[in-house]
Design a protein around this ligand. Structure first.
Ligand SMILES: [Zn+2]
Length: 223
């Protein structure tokens, strides 16, 4: 499989970019990874890069975007930070990816059993990590669940992880006027997704569904 070039990138729509990632994840899950010549891709990308998407995922060692979407060199921008949170520098990186380098899709990718989300649920305080986990706090507060709200409750943790992804999608649109304009004009797309560390499957969220609808879906436990 050849890497993206200026022409193939320019022809892509945000919807097609999402399909390419989905197809890659299906190959990953069925162990049918494309046989890439990475050294050849080094040569092909030596004069420039034309990645079709930027994926914001967790630093978790199981959530490498290139691996789980079966992509090669020069195909996607990969931004990784614990808890897949957004800050100014990450917004700047996304603006570069989309406005300057021509990427068509922003993906905020959370994952199940996320240590950062669990740490935030337990209000862990540890050096500089404290400030990072604070950025997940609004997602915890948004989940109105009266039962066990600690990392011990797997269902609560997964709900917070989902809300955190959707919140970050909203943050990106709210805090970057450059990206917001590109999204509104249809030039780029933005979507949240969740990676299941037990199956390897990525599920894209319905981008028409807002946080409030997700919050209204009850947890099995008591409120
Ligand atoms: Zn994580």
């Amino acid at each position: 499989m050849r890497t993206q070039n200026r022409e193939t990138q320019a022809e892509l729509t945000p919807e097609r970019a999402k399909e390419i990632l989905l197809e890659g994840n299906r190959r990953f899950v069925s162990n049918l990874k494309v046989n890439r010549n990475l050294l050849q891709q080094v040569n092909e990308t030596s004069e420039g890069q034309y990645p079709f998407a930027i994926v914001l995922s967790c630093i978790d060692s199981r959530t490498s975007a290139e691996l789980i979407f079966d992509q090669g060199l020069g195909d996607i921008f990969s931004t990784r930070i614990a808890g897949n949170i957004v800050n100014e520098d990450i917004l700047g990186s996304m603006e570069f990816a989309c406005k300057v380098a021509g990427s068509k899709l922003i993906v905020v990718l959370g994952h199940s059993k996320c240590g950062a989300v669990k740490g935030a649920c337990d209000h862990v305080q540890l050096g500089n990590l404290t400030g990072l986990l604070d950025k997940i706090e609004p997602a915890i507060k948004a989940v109105a669940y009266a039962g066990d709200r600690t990392a011990q409750n797997a269902e609560f943790v997964e709900k917070v992880a989902e809300v955190n992804v959707l919140r970050m999608v909203e943050e990106i649109k709210k805090r970057s006027h450059i990206l917001r304009e590109m999204i509104e004009s249809g030039e780029i797309g933005i979507v949240g997704a969740m990676y299941d560390v037990e199956t390897g499957i990525v599920t894209f969220y319905d981008h028409t569904k807002g946080i409030s609808e997700v919050l209204n879906e009850e947890l099995a436990g008591e409120y």
